[in-house]
Design a protein around this ligand. Structure first.
Ligand code: 2PG
Length: 206
């Protein structure tokens, strides 16, 4: 049985372009983001992948990315579940601030810790651990059963909600996850074993 799972970070958003902390703020894709989402869909099509169901967050940049990929794939009409559990990490008080301004104010190292560490919360926001505490149970209870039935699952979500998921799937340590960076629009393909462990992991460079 093909226990297929594909993860895709949304295409470039308006606030990625403006270099602003985004988190739960609901911003759209840029033209470049649309191009990236379509390219991801073409890549999945080129790999002859067939999906049975899709998941995305409650935020439009991920939802639009999913819609665009499905159009390119020619697989519109699939069930789509949209859930806050897959939302980006909540950046709290940093949301809407410019990342370079934040570095000037709090220092390079502190901002890097807020952005990439496992356990440190940005002021008023979620650590990656907090994000994982909602993403991982959602994956186990709602998403993984579809994968295990061989339905083929496509997820469009966010840099940090996917880092949290990948940390668990790949068994990364808190030190290792600091170095994990997810480009926009890059599909990451997993195939699972019968015992739910990872049989295959491949980045589908577009
Ligand atoms: O602003 C955000 O919400 C995220 C993703 O764009 O940024 P960062 O790379 O700092 O985690």
């Amino acid at each position: 049985m093909d226990r297929l799972l594909v993860l895709v970070r949304h295409g470039q958003s308006e606030w990625n372009l403006k270099n602003l902390f985004t988190g739960w703020r609901d911003v759209g894709l840029t033209d470049q983001g649309v191009i990236e989402a379509k390219a991801a869909g073409q890549k999945l099509k080129g790999e002859n992948l067939t999906f049975g169901t899709c998941f995305t967050s409650a935020l439009v940049r991920a939802q639009r990315t999913l819609d665009l990929m499905l159009e390119e794939l020619g697989q519109t009409g699939l069930p789509i579940t949209r859930d806050e559990a897959l939302n980006e990490r909540d950046y709290g008080d940093l949301s809407g601030l410019n990342k370079d301004d934040a570095r000037a104010k709090w220092g390079e190292e502190q901002v890097h810790i807020w952005r990439r560490s496992y356990a440190t919360q940005p002021p008023g926001g979620e650590s990656l651990r907090d994000t994982g505490a909602r993403v991982w149970p959602y994956y186990i209870h709602r998403i993984q059963p579809h994968v295990m039935r061989g339905e083929g699952v496509l997820i469009a979500a966010h840099g940090n909600s996917l880092r949290a998921l990948i940390m668990a799937l790949d068994g990364l340590t808190p030190d290792e996850v600091v170095k994990l960076e997810l480009p926009t629009g890059l599909p990451i393909l997993y195939r699972l074993n019968e015992d739910t462990s990872v049989a295959e992991r491949r980045e589908l460079a577009v």
